[in-house]
Each structure stands twice: as structure tokens, then as C-alpha cells.
Design a protein around this ligand. Structure first.
Ligand code: UGA
Length: 443
């Protein structure tokens, strides 16, 4: 099938590459000429395991192409996927200017039937806005062409995006058109062959499903972080509690890992946007507000522990920091807890020696020549002459470091772990004082 994707960010590029991989003819459109130039030369603007190989071979096979020309893009696909950004406005609501701009382009250039498929995370009711925007342009051109609007939210995780797309738990399709539903069934047939994963519903329910899924996951995390903070004060160990509750299948082990707060481009933005949507319909979403408030506070917990350890005086202290990305297997720094920690430390007069396996360039781009920040080539270099070590991201290579090297390199043998990577007994045996999240002793 011929498919156009608007937006070559995480969702757009992964969707385009995976649909081309199974044989569809995909044209990806982006307004960013530099990005498209790079993609045409086989350079992938993001770090996502497995994506570059798929992009390369589907481009070589002639099934994936890129353009900045909206007319060409609209002409190409019967299906027009919208996968552009919906950044938060100042009030927390999703900014829909890019989504509606794409809808207008589709209305401006279409000459036959199109299905406009919304993949961006958009507030409930956006389907209607997209429909109106397309129709307004068609009216302007004096045309009465047929089109359908579909909501098809994406549930992929950064770092595991290819696998999530290729083996989805579910494919949610919100539509009021049988014709569009049949086309979506055809597009996704390769991912749906062995087991029917498609869930059809109305457009508004599909839009809300996306927010509900992310808000539920964020709620689990904030809930665990709250219990972790309690565990600390009660002398209990959250890791034991986690295993104890996760074994109940009604609760489950997923997304109950306590830590230094959730980040990324989705959870913080989507929880805020849903709370904002609630307010817009005169409903105060108390639980969502609390989820957000707990997370906000959690992002400062590591700093509080470090500050407390040094009796509130961090002036001139050097903190080694392992992990900058908001989670492992990505170079994405959006809403990363490391940023709150670094910024808190700088404000308090401390300096940071940081290392991340993938996010060094991104950190450089964001913080440039920030005084008080040294970017180090290895995790060991980050330790040199540092007072203490802090950890914000659970990259595999941090899971089993040579603890004697850590202990010997630090001026004070103290580890502040925002991801609960270690066994406190092992660290103690290596002479390290260990502060983690929600673990009774030492806290
Ligand atoms: C999230 C969802 O998991 C995806 O299903 C969804 O499609 C995506 O948002 C989106 O809306 O596009 P992502 O933001 O890539 O995916 O990352 P997650 O793996 O969900 O992690 C989010 C944050 O939660 C990270 O900062 C992570 O460290 C934190 N987290 C996760 C915890 O603190 N504890 C956990 O138990 C799990």
C-alpha cells in the first residue's frame, strides 16, 4: 500500500521504517530540510537500536523515501499518517499547531480519497478538528472529495521501538468508517497475522485510550515512588515490597520500579495534558495532579540526599554522575531526572563530572559550555577526583562496575543511586556507603 507519514521524529520514523520493512511503499515528509537531507544520506537523527539498519535497507530497496514537499507527500499515500509533535503549551495542554498544519496541507493538495490517520498523541476531540481543517481547505478549493479520519495511537517505547512496533500488544483504531477500517486492517495485516491484536472503537475513545495508558503507567510509578519514600522513613526496603506486591497478578511486576522520577517526552507531557483536558471540561483530575506532583518532587530526591549527606553545604563538591538519558538505550534527555539533579547541584555550588553511554552529544547540545559540567569519556573518568557518585539511568554497563575501583577513586566512598541497581550488602563489603531510593538503612 502507498503510505505517507508526516513527521520523522520517533513515532514517524519508526512507523515509516517498519511499514516499509513489511513491504509498503512509504514516503516520509518533514518540514526540516536538514533532517531530510541526513535521512536521505542514511543518517538517523535519533539513537534507536535496530532503526538504522531497517531505514538503510528499505531505502535501498526503494520502499522508503523522504521529502519536504507537502504536495508530493499528499499525492503519494492513500493513507496519510500524522506523526508530528504535540509539545505542551505553557498551560500543559498539547499544542496542536503542527497537527492542524498537516491536516490543512492534506486538504490543500488531495485530489482523491484519503484516510487521515492520527498517530500523534492528541487530546480527545482532535479527530474532529483534523476533519474540520481538511474540510475547510477542500471547501476553499470548491471540492467535495471524500476522506476519513482515524485515530491510531502509538504505544511504542523508546529504546525498544522496533520490537514494540513489530510485535504490538494491541493496535487501537478509532474510526466511524468501515472503508477506513478495512484499509487499516490491510496495512497492519503483517503485524496481526497470528493473533488479532486490532481493537476498533470510536475516535474519541481511541484518543483517550492513549492518554489513559500513559497516565496509568505514570500513576504506577508515582505510587511506587511515594511508597518508597514512606519505606525509607519506616525502615522498610522498597525492593522487598516491590517483589511482594508484584507477585500479585492483579498488580504485576511491570512499571513498579521506584526511582528518581519518570521522564521522557511522553509521561510528563501526557499526564499534564490529560489533567488540563479534565479542567477544560470542569473536572479536577485529583489523581493525575497528584501523580504529577509526586513525580516533580521525586526528581529532587537524589539532590536532597546528597545535600543532606554534606550537611547542606555542597559548595565546591564534585559529583560524578552516571547516566544522563531519561532511560537506558536512548540518547533522549527530555525531562530526564539527571537534568534536575545537575541543575540543583550547580545552584548549590557543586560541579558535575558526567558520563552516559549515548547521551553525551545531546548533553553537550543542551548545556554547551555550562560552568560546573565536565563531560567524561568513560564512567571511570567521571569518578576521578570526585567526592561522591550519583546514578540517574540504569544502563547495563553500570550494573556491575568494579566496586573497588569506585571506592578507591572517590574522595568519599558514597554512592547515591536513583535506580536501585545494587545489593546494599555487596556495596557494604566493598566499603561503599549506599543511598538508594526507598531502602531502609542509611537513608
Ligand atoms: C512511554 C510508554 O511506556 C509507551 O507505551 C508510550 O508509547 C510512550 O511513552 C509514548 O507515549 O510515546 P517511553 O517514554 O519511551 O514510553 O519510556 P518508558 O519506558 O515508559 O519510561 C518512561 C519513564 O518512566 C522513564 O524515565 C523510566 O525511567 C521511568 N520508569 C519506568 C520508572 O521510573 N519506573 C518504572 O517502573 C518504569
Amino acid at each position: 500500500m502507498k503510505i505517507t507519514i508526516f513527521g520523522t521524529g520517533y513515532v514517524g520514523l519508526v512507523t515509516g521504517a517498519c511499514l516499509a520493512d513489511v513491504g509498503h511503499q512509504v514516503l516520509c515528509m518533514d518540514v526540516d530540510q536538514a533532517k531530510i537531507d541526513k535521512l536521505e544520506n542514511g543518517q538517523i537523527p535519533i539513537y534507536e537500536p535496530g532503526l538504522d539498519a531497517i531505514v538503510r535497507h528499505t531505502v535501498e530497496a526503494g520502499r522508503l523515501a523522504f521529502t519536504t514537499d507537502p504536495r508530493k507527500a499528499v499525492e503519494h499515500g492513500t493513507l496519510q499518517f500524522i506523526a508530528v509533535g504535540t509539545p505542551p503549551d505553557e498551560d500543559g495542554s498539547a499544542d496542536l499547531q503542527y497537527v492542524t498544519a498537516v491536516a490543512r496541507s492534506i486538504g490543500t493538495y488531495m485530489t482523491d480519497y484519503k484516510v487521515v490517520v492520527d498517530k500523534s498523541t492528541v487530546p480527545v476531540g482532535t479527530g474532529d478538528r483534523v476533519r474540520s481543517a481538511v474540510r475547510a481547505e477542500l471547501d476553499h478549493r470548491g471540492l467535495e472529495l471524500e476522506f476519513d479520519v482515524v485515530s491510531n495511537p502509538e504505544f511504542l517505547k523508546e529504546g525498544a521501538a522496533i520490537n514494540d512496533f513489530m510485535k504490538p500488544d494491541r493496535i487501537v483504531v478509532g474510526t466511524d468508517s468501515e472503508r477506513a477500517a478495512d484499509l487499516l486492517r490491510e496495512v497492519y495485516y503483517p503485524f496481526n497475522r497470528n493473533h488479532d491484536r486490532m481493537i476498533f472503537m470510536d475516535i474519541r475513545s481511541a484518543e483517550l485510550t492513549k492518554y489513559a495508558a500513559n497516565a496509568m503507567l505514570a500513576t504506577k510509578i508515582s505510587f511506587m515512588n511515594e511508597v518508597a519514600n514512606l519505606a525509607e522513613r519506616l525502615g522498610a526496603d522498597i525492593e522487598a515490597v516491590r517483589r511482594g506486591i508484584g507477585s500479585d497478578p492483579r498488580i504485576g511486576y511491570h512499571f513498579i520500579y521506584p526511582g528518581c522520577g519518570y521522564g521522557g517526552s511522553c509521561f510528563p507531557k501526557d499526564v499534564q495534558a490529560l489533567a488540563r483536558t479534565a479542567r477544560d471540561c470542569d473536572y479536577e483530575a485529583r489523581l493525575l495532579n497528584a501523580v504529577e506532583a509526586v513525580n516533580h518532587a521525586q526528581k529532587h530526591v537524589l539532590f536532597d540526599k546528597i545535600s543532606h549527606y554534606f550537611g547542606g553545604n555542597l559548595d565546591g563538591k564534585v559529583v560524578a554522575l552516571w547516566g544522563l538519558a531519561f532511560k537506558p538505550n536512548t540518547d533522549d534527555m527530555r525531562e530526564a531526572s539527571s537534568r534536575n539533579l545537575m541543575e540543583d547541584l550547580w545552584k548549590a555550588g557543586a560541579t558535575v563530572q558526567a558520563f552516559d553511554p549515548e547521551a553525551m552529544e545531546e548533553t553537550q547540545r543542551i548545556y554547551g559550555d555550562q560552568p560546573g559540567l565536565t563531560l567524561c569519556g568513560t564512567k571511570e573518568q567521571a569518578l576521578k577526583n570526585a567526592d561522591v557518585l550519583a546514578i540517574c539511568t540504569e544502563w547495563k554497563e553500570f550494573r556491575s562496575p568494579d566496586f573497588d575501583v569506585v571506592s578507591a577513586a572517590l574522595r568519599e566512598p558514597v554512592v547515591f543511586d536513583g535506580r536501585n541497581l545494587y545489593d546494599p550488602d555487596i556495596l557494604e563489603r566493598h566499603g561503599l556507603i549506599y543511598y538508594a531510593i526507598g531502602r531502609g538503612r542509611n537513608q
